[in-house]
Design a protein around this ligand. Structure first.
Ligand code: SAM
Length: 469
């Protein structure tokens, strides 16, 4: 049974993984907001620290976050903390006894773990640190294999691996509550996935995207550049119904050349549906179809709870759209009559994003989220390059560095209102609402100072793929 802490004293400690650092706070905020909660970090909150103290939450809130997060490793009810062992001790002695005693009973078993960030301790030093906690009134017996309660002493030796202090900068002690979902990164790795392509999205990032999008059970989620469906896999794991479109016939139908090493052609049943089946979420598969995102085929109206996507940047796949000869030349009247001859045309990145935001404004439910990747050339990047829309609020903008001069930014937006006629005027007047032409030269800049191979690799969780571009 969850012990409910009063707001005055109760603090929870999150132990965060030290990768995807930029993505962590928006993830935790999004997961808390799914429960109508705000993230309430204390003053002097250090976002890059591996330990966060959170106030004003219930243990159920924390359990709910941990049931979804791939950024946090574990959560604890914080019993004490301080800069030194002495400070920790006085903080622990101040913690209300009635909150401790249910977990220190004679008939219960326990164990104490020691976790150190940026330092490895000798076994004897760990034991010493555990013994130094003997002032706590533990009544039960130690059981290292199957304890009823787990406690943890966590020491923070800072972020600099080249300057590790003798003593920790900060120490925490708490009761373990739950672990996060880091295991999903391994279990859903694209290396073991049935159907993959050259640009299949890394499993961890796919789950982060689904969390930023606040995807929840029974939502309908759409990916307009679905590829091999990695984002659908993550969303279906959280119980959402999923669908997608892609311009590439072979990808949608799971035919053509394989991306795996030692395999020439895709085998039977290598498709998105089979991917969901692999993870037991086929029941949430709605469908995928061949379609050009620049010419949406959807009926008018709010259809989707979330749109989550990784548009083509033109690095490992082309940014093409369908067009017709009519759009290229102006033929003499009646030369082609009314016939439409589909051809492939360049789909400029600026148009990809403008179309995507417009589509989201029209087709997301109110409060629904759009989550997508925006590739940027770092030397020229400024916040003004992130496209805005009168109907969408920018929620977060997190950077994943790809090379010294390129990165991609995970943009999360939330629909705040339905489109009106007056928005068109606003869109003309505000340069942030018009397509930013600066994005169009990303491809040239991307290849300007690096070898193709090294960074194309960084854009996916590879190395099962055989083509470098
Ligand atoms: C970066 S990949 C998406 C990868 C996907 N997230 C996955 O995990 O496999 C971009 C996809 O957009 C598709 N695409 C390119 N232009 C398109 C267009 N005009 N309309 C729809 N899809 C398009 C490409 O075929 C490619 O599969």
């Amino acid at each position: 049974m969850a012990l409910h802490c009063g707001k005055t004293f109760c603090q929870y400690l999150l132990h965060l993984a030290h990768d995807n650092v930029d993505f962590r706070l928006p993830e935790i905020k999004s997961l808390l907001s799914l429960r109508g909660r705000k993230c309430d970090p204390p003053e002097n909150f250090k976002e890059r620290s591996p330990f966060w103290r959170l106030n004003g939450l219930s243990e159920d809130d924390v359990h709910s976050v941990m049931s979804r997060t791939v950024c946090a490793k574990s959560a604890f009810e914080l019993w004490g903390h301080g800069k030194t062992a002495a400070e920790l001790k006085s903080s622990l002695l101040e913690y209300p006894k009635e909150r401790m005693t249910p977990f220190l009973q004679q008939e219960s078993t326990y164990k104490i773990n020691v976790y150190t960030f940026n330092k490895t301790l000798l076994f004897k030093d760990r034991i010493e640190k555990i013994n130094a906690l003997d002032f706590l009134p533990f009544q039960g017996k130690v059981n290292l294999k199957h304890p009823d309660h787990i406690f943890c002493l966590l020491e923070d030796y800072g972020l600099d691996p080249n300057d590790i202090p003798e003593e920790p900068f900060y120490i925490y002690f708490g009761r373990w509550i739950a672990d996060g979902q880091r295991e999903l990164i391994r279990s859903h790795s694209v290396k073991k996935r049935h159907f993959i392509g050259n640009t299949s999205m890394d499993a961890g990032l796919s789950f982060i995207m689904a969390n930023h999008a606040k995807v929840k059970p029974h939502d309908l989620v759409y990916d307009p550049f679905v590829g091999t469906g990695s984002l659908l896999v993550a969303c279906s794991h959280f119980g959402a119904y999923v669908c997608g479109t892609d311009i590439d016939y072979n990808t949608i139908h799971g035919v053509g050349r394989a991306s795996r090493k030692n395999q020439k052609w895709r085998g039977p049943d290598e498709n998105i549906r089979a991917n969901l089946r692999q993870y037991g979420t086929e029941v949430f598969y709605v469908d995928v179809m061949v379609s050009d995102a620049s010419k949406p085929v959807w009926r008018k109206g709010t259809l989707f709870d979330a749109i989550i996507t990784d548009p083509p940047y033109g690095i490992r796949e082309s940014t093409r759209r369908t067009g017709s000869h009519k759009e290229i030349t102006n033929p003499p009247e009646n030369l082609f009559g009314e016939s439409h001859v589909p051809v492939s045309m360049v789909y400029h990145l600026s148009d990809v994003f403008a179309d995507l935001l417009n589509f989201a404004a029209y087709h997301l439910v109110l409060g629904g989220r759009l989550v997508y990747w925006l590739p940027v050339y770092r030397p020229e990047y400024c916040e003004e390059m992130v496209p805005l829309h009168p109907c969408l609020r920018l929620v977060s903008n997190c950077e994943q560095t790809l090379s010294s001069h390129t990165s991609r930014r995970l943009i999360t937006m939330e629909k705040t209102k339905d489109p009106e006629e007056s928005d068109a005027l606003q869109q003309l007047a505000n340069p942030r609402f018009t397509p930013n032409q600066g994005h169009n030269s990303f491809r040239e800049k991307y290849f300007s100072g690096i070898t193709k191979k090294s960074t194309a690799k960084a854009m996916t969780e590879p190395p099962q793929t055989k083509k470098s571009d």
